[in-house]
Design a protein around this ligand. Structure first.
Ligand SMILES: [Zn+2]
Length: 350
C-alpha cells in the first residue's frame, strides 16, 4: 500500500519531466472519489508543454488519461464503490447539467480538467476525482484484464478520433481523409471505418503506423506533404477532395493541408489541439466552397458507454496504438520516445 505520499509525474519545463513524491490525495468534497491508477499513458498533447513550457522552479502535475480502481468515495457518491474498476475521461463533468445532457461534457458548468487548481494529474499512483458519479465510468473488469490498453483509450485517444469522425459527419456515403498518422489519426481511421466509411485516405509517412491504419480501414496512404500531398489526395478523389477531413495534428501546416484536400461542401473536423491562432477562412479557402469547420476537445464522457461494449467483446481493439510500456518511474523515457517518434504511444504502469 501507499504511504502518505504518492509518486506522480511532474513537469518543470520543456524537456524536463520527473517523478516526485506528492502528498497523498484525500477526499475533499463529498462528491469526490480516490482512484488508484492502474494504467496511464502519455498523450500527444502532453508533448506540447514538453516542447514549449517555460522553465519554472515550481513543478506542475501532468497526465490526463488513466484507468484505475476506486479506493474511497465521498459521502455523496452513490454510483461507485470501493474496488470498482473505472475509466476516467480527460475532462471532469457532473453528467447532469444542460451542456452534459447535450453531450458536450467538456463544457460542463460544474466541470474542469486534471492538473488544474487542487486536482492532480493522471500520470500518478493515485488521483482525487471530483464529481466522481458524473466523471467516472465503471468498466466491469478486473485490474488484471487483458483489455486494459483498449479501455484506457476510452479515456481520450480513441474517442478523440471518434469525435473527429462524428463531427466530420462520417457515414457510408462519405470519402474521408485523415491528416496525421499519430495515435489520434489512426484512431480516427478506426472510428471512420466503424461509422461505415468505405474510402479512407490516410495522410502519414511512418510506415509502421500507416500499416496499422491500413489494417484498421485506410484504403489509401498518402505519404507526401504540402502541395504534393494535396495533389495526391485530389488525384485519388477525381480532383474533388474528401467530404470529411479529420485533422489530428494541430499544426498550421496540417490545417492548410486539410483546406487543400477538402471537397466543396465538405467538413474539416479538427481534434489536434491547434498550436496556431490564425489561419485562412476566407473566400478562397472555406467560404467560396461552402466548407465547414468543426471539431474541438472530444466530450469523451458522452461516448464511453456507446463504445465500451465493443471494446469489451473485442470487436474493436483501439489499444493497439500502444507500442511500448514503461514504469511510472521511467516516464521521462516515454516522453522522449514519443517526442523522437520512436514510440507511437506509451503505456505507463504505476
Ligand atoms: Zn455538466
Amino acid at each position: 500500500m501507499r504511504g502518505s505520499f504518492v509518486r506522480a509525474a511532474v513537469i518543470y519545463g520543456a524537456g524536463d519531466v520527473r517523478v516526485e513524491h506528492l502528498p497523498d490525495p484525500v477526499i475533499k468534497e463529498p462528491t469526490d472519489a480516490l482512484v488508484r491508477v492502474v494504467r496511464a499513458c502519455v498523450c500527444g498533447s502532453d508533448l506540447h508543454p514538453y516542447h514549449s513550457k517555460p522553465a519554472s522552479e515550481r513543478a506542475s502535475t501532468i497526465g490526463h488519461e488513466f484507468v484505475g480502481v476506486v479506493e474511497e468515495t465521498g459521502s455523496q457518491v452513490t454510483t461507485l464503490s470501493m474496488g470498482d474498476f473505472v475509466i476516467a475521461p480527460f475532462a471532469i463533468s457532473d453528467n447532469t447539467c444542460d451542456f452534459c445532457r447535450e453531450g458536450l461534457h467538456t463544457a460542463c458548468r460544474a466541470g474542469g480538467f486534471w492538473n488544474s487548481g487542487d486536482v492532480g494529474g493522471g500520470q500518478a499512483e493515485a488521483v482525487r476525482v471530483p464529481l466522481a458519479d458524473g466523471t467516472l465510468v465503471k468498466a466491469g473488469v478486473g485490474e488484471d484484464s487483458d483489455l486494459l490498453p483498449s479501455l484506457l483509450t476510452l479515456s481520450d485517444v480513441f474517442l478523440t478520433g471518434h469525435h473527429a469522425a462524428v463531427m466530420g459527419g462520417v457515414s457510408p456515403r462519405t470519402t474521408v481523409a485523415v491528416v496525421g498518422d499519430g495515435a489520434v489519426g489512426l484512431s480516427a481511421v478506426l472510428a471512420a471505418k466503424r461509422l461505415g466509411a468505405e474510402r479512407i485516405i490516410l495522410m502519414g509517412r511512418h510506415k509502421v503506423r500507416t500499416d496499422l491504419g491500413v489494417e484498421w480501414g485506410a484504403t489509401d496512404v498518402v505519404a507526401e506533404r504540402g502541395a504534393e500531398g494535396i495533389e495526391a489526395v485530389r488525384e485519388l478523389t477525381g480532383g474533388d477532395g474528401a467530404h470529411a477531413v479529420l485533422e489530428a495534428v494541430g499544426y498550421r501546416d496540417a490545417y492548410d493541408m486539410a483546406v487543400g484536400v477538402v471537397r466543396a461542401g465538405g467538413v474539416i473536423s479538427r481534434v489536434g489541439v491547434p498550436q496556431y491562432e490564425e489561419a485562412p477562412i476566407g473566400f478562397g479557402s472555406l467560404f467560396g466552397r461552402n466548407v465547414r469547420l468543426a471539431g474541438g476537445p472530444a466530450p469523451v464522457r458522452a461516448y464511453i458507454e456507446e463504445l465500451l461494449p465493443e471494446v469489451l467483446d473485442g470487436r474493436i481493439e483501439p489499444g493497439r496504438v500502444f507500442d511500448r510500456t514503461v514504469a511510472l518511474d521511467d516516464i521521462a523515457d516515454a516522453y522522449r520516445a514519443m517526442d523522437e517518434r520512436t514510440s507511437l504511444k506509451v503505456l505507463v504502469q504505476p
